[in-house]
Write a protein that binds this ligand. Sequence first.
Ligand code: Z5A
Length: 210
Amino acid sequence: MATKGKFITLEGSEGAGKSTNLDTLCELLRAHDIDFYRTREPGGTPMAEALRTVMLDAWDEQVDGMTELLLVFAARNQHLNNEIKPRLARGQWVVCDRFTDATYAYQGVARGIPTDYVEQLERWVQGDLRPDLTLYLDLDPAIGKQRIADRSQDRLEQEQLAFFQAVRDGYLQRAQREPRICTIDAAQPLADVQAALSAEVYKFLAAQTA
Ligand code: Z5A
């Protein structure tokens, strides 16, 4: 396998089945004897997890989109320096539940923060580090909302349908621009979603050994 670890991210709007399909992805990597580390954003270190709580909690005041943007990049900086970069450097793979494509979709398109601001912070915090592969689970947000209707919802999950439609538009725009993003139809039955995800991962693994 490669000497530098690979960085794989999973994205999708709420109810798309990220948690379920992350398990599938991890099983596939395990079956290929790949040493990997599973983590998530915002979060992934004690301090970044604390920032996640601040970001997702309900507050008795308006939360500005720029505040969200700065919180996610503060958490990301901590996560990158303390966990992600050292692991990749020593050859371990990293599987991350959401990363900067989420920032473009949620804070950029859905909150209306200029893309240029997201790009500047991305350059500043990440340098040239980008995921090697991103699996995006695409789903009509109306279906996603139904799937998670019976669970308690954080501040972002309480947003209206129009917000999640904008999130989806944001992800689809990213997928058009970035060849590393594989879009998977998450409205299919779970077994079909898992098969589609597995096919993309096999293609990626084959390319590493070619
Ligand atoms: N956020 C941000 O704003 N900016 C950023 O830069 C970053 C994040 C990095 C936390 O994310 C929030 O942070 C998120 C974006 C924001 N807020 N929102 N909204 P998170 O990833 O922790 O939150 P989540 O979206 O709620 O994740 P989740 O729970 O892992 O995702 P899920 O897609 O809902 O997954 P699930 O639990 O696997 O699936 C939901 C249900 O659907 C469950 O009952 C499954 O059994 C069912 N399911 C799954 N697949 C299927 C299929 N194919 N058919 C039928 N039913 C299915």
